[in-house]
Design a binder for this molecule. Structure first.
Ligand SMILES: [Fe+2]
Ligand SMILES: [Fe+2]
Length: 287
């Protein structure tokens, strides 16, 4: 079996040891996909999972959101943070904890990767707002989880991935290209496989799967894939965390497609830089 097959089998074969997500995630995903559910339905689900409920409250009171008064209940958190964003947060936190203990090796610095991921979710929300898109929980969550494939590679294929990471540094090639060349697939595809395994909806899976190849994304989700692609690049430019990629990928065409001006890009980078400590505060809460 070659390395590509081994990686694919690990993620796609349901008998392997990839972490499963807590029941709360499926329940939340159901709420997210059903327009008739209310904030109370969502609050009821979250309250049943103590760990998630506590972290949601902590996050609502962290400097990331910067609310002036104390948020002391889940319904209040949903009211101030927003229904969709709470959905994104709770799922993101569950995925994070599923891998947290496993990701202790030093192939890729996990703290830096998660800071990059939170930054990307934050930037994706901001780009959505500025380009007149509806800000959905999917866009934040797709940003937060877009590089999950790298976690899989670091945790389950540390030796092989270390070689890839060393090679990119030397050759100054974008990481996703080198992964494809050396492993036969890239982390974006792997993130997509993982979401498929977890039964995540297409609205989340496709923008993630195509975040390095947005022109190939099915049209319905292409815009979201483009937003993640640009958000990823902005985080790199603003030096928010580190995702192991040494080269800033040129996303000029995607920026044009999204009709984002040069000055907006510069403003977004500046704002992201300023948000670093809030993004770090977010990370401290979810760990
Ligand atoms: Fe990526
Ligand atoms: Fe990334």
């Amino acid at each position: 079996m070659d390395i590509q097959e081994k990686i694919e089998n690990l993620v796609r074969d349901k008998r392997t040891q990839i972490p499963t997500l807590p029941v709360v995630v499926n329940n939340i995903l159901q709420v997210a996909g059903d327009e008739s559910t209310s904030a109370k339905d969502l609050a009821d689900i979250i309250i049943r999972d103590q760990a998630i409920a506590n972290k949601t409250l902590k996050l609502a009171n962290s400097s990331y959101y910067g609310f002036s008064s104390k948020v002391d209940s889940i319904p209040r958190a949903i009211a101030v943070i927003g229904f969709n964003e709470v959905i994104g947060l709770t799922i993101g936190m569950s995925v994070f904890s599923a891998f947290n203990q496993k990701a202790s090796n030093n192939t890729l610095d996990m703290r830096s990767l998660w800071i990059h991921a939170i930054g990307c979710g934050t930037a994706a929300k901001e780009i959505s707002k500025r380009t007149g898109s509806n800000v959905t929980e999917q866009i934040f969550l797709a940003g937060l989880l877009h590089d999950m494939g790298k976690v899989i590679l670091s945790v389950y294929f540390p030796e092989e991935y270390k070689t890839v990471l060393e090679e990119v540094k030397q050759s100054q090639t974008p990481l996703f290209r080198k992964e494809k060349e050396m492993l036969g697939l890239d982390h974006a595809l792997l993130s997509g496989f993982l979401m498929e395994r977890w039964n995540f909806p297409d609205s989340l899976l496709l923008p993630t799967r195509f975040h390095h190849s947005s022109t190939a994304c099915p049209l319905e989700y292409q815009r979201d894939a483009m937003i993640i692609e640009v958000a990823d690049c902005l985080c790199q430019r603003a030096e928010i965390g580190n995702s192991g990629n040494p080269v800033i990928v040129n996303v000029g065409n995607t920026v044009k497609e999204l009709k984002i001006t040069h000055s907006t890009i510069e403003t977004l980078v500046k704002e992201l830089k300023k948000q670093l400590s809030e993004i770090e505060a977010f990370f401290e809460v979810i760990t």
